[in-house]
Design a protein around this ligand. Structure first.
Ligand SMILES: [Zn+2]
Length: 220
């Protein structure tokens, strides 16, 4: 029921001023991918999808579910280039940061990269813009340490195996970026399957990062 009400709120929010989102990501959820679990689960647990999977990403966290106002705001920001929505997305990401990551020490925020062709078409990298808003307020550097060396079709249209194949060799370390011994927080707008975030984490871990976790505005 709550999900429906939130979905309807998303359609009707007034131009330029999204209302406060209602649907937070609440436990119980998977300790790794934060997939919400309908029934009560005691303690920390992994979902069926994560139990047999070799993740490079240590965990992902977000304050909200990707429905209603949050989803609509992300889509408008990203595809309709409504850049003025950035502070709302930043605040919602900060809610997740405060709730899950604030008590730990992080060396930098690393945005999920966009291929230069897509960045040009969109005018900005949404992940980097939200990360910058957050970084300036919580005192963390934003380092665009990853680059896309090969354009990939939008992941949303692909199946999981295709997504993984698609990502092979698509990401690399940016020139001069050294993740050795550092704890890095990947930033993105929405976490859905995590294929891209995990591929990013893999590149960073392989290059010596100590830990790579992810923070997003919302969990899909
Ligand atoms: Zn999981």
């Amino acid at each position: 029921m709550q999900l429906w009400i939130e979905a309807i709120r998303g359609f009707i929010f007034p131009v330029g001023r999204p209302p406060r989102p209602w649907l937070r990501l609440e436990p119980p959820f998977c300790a790794r991918c934060a997939d919400p679990f309908a029934r009560h689960a005691p303690g920390e647990f992994l979902c069926g999808n994560c139990a047999g999977r070799n993740w490079a990403l240590s965990r992902v966290r977000a304050a909200y579910r990707a429905v209603g106002t949050v989803r609509e705001t992300v889509l408008r920001f990203k595809y309709q280039r409504e850049y003025h929505l950035r502070p709302w997305l930043g605040r919602w990401m900060r809610d997740g940061f405060r709730q899950y990551y604030e008590k730990e020490t992080w060396d930098a925020l690393v945005p999920i990269p966009l291929h230069p062709a897509r960045r040009k078409e969109r005018g900005f990298n949404q992940s980097a813009e939200i990360a910058r808003w957050l970084g300036a307020r919580v005192g963390l550097k934003v380092e665009e340490g990853l680059i896309r060396v090969k354009p990939t079709p939008p992941q949303a249209r692909l199946r999981r195996t295709e997504r993984l194949r698609n990502l092979r060799g698509a990401l690399a370390l940016g020139p001069g970026f050294d993740p050795r011994g550092r704890r890095l927080l990947l930033c993105d707008d929405v976490f859905t399957t995590g294929a891209t975030a995990d591929a990013c984490a893999r590149v960073l871990k392989k290059a010596g990062a100590d830990e790579v976790a992810a923070l997003t505005v919302a969990r899909g």
